[in-house]
Design a protein around this ligand. Structure first.
Ligand code: SF4
Length: 87
């Protein structure tokens, strides 16, 4: 895994990714198994102005690995389950 959410802007210039707090961050922080790295990534997400957009994209594309929109893999699975039940 080598692409951070912000780096996806390369695929979609001009979109919400341009405002991502992780734009210039080390992508490995978002895909690391190290707790300290993950905490650093989550702290960045907490301050990110496009957190909602990022999370919605991760849910829509069923991102199964990494920190996206302030959530980890397990949190996204729970969110998707909750939404399915509510639908
Ligand atoms: S919410 Fe987190 S992962 Fe998503 S763009 Fe912002 S800083 Fe990056």
């Amino acid at each position: 895994m080598s692409t951070s959410p912000a780096l996806l802007e390369l695929l979609a210039p001009g979109s919400w990714q341009n405002d991502a707090a992780c734009r210039d961050a080390d992508p490995e922080l978002f895909f690391s198994n190290d707790d300290a790295d993950r905490e650093t990534a989550l702290a960045m997400c907490a301050e990110c102005p496009v957190r909602t957009e990022c999370l919605e994209q991760a849910l829509a594309t069923r991102e199964s690995y990494g920190i996206w929109g302030g959530t980890d893999e397990q949190e996204r699975k729970r969110l998707l389950r909750r939404r399915r039940r509510a639908a």
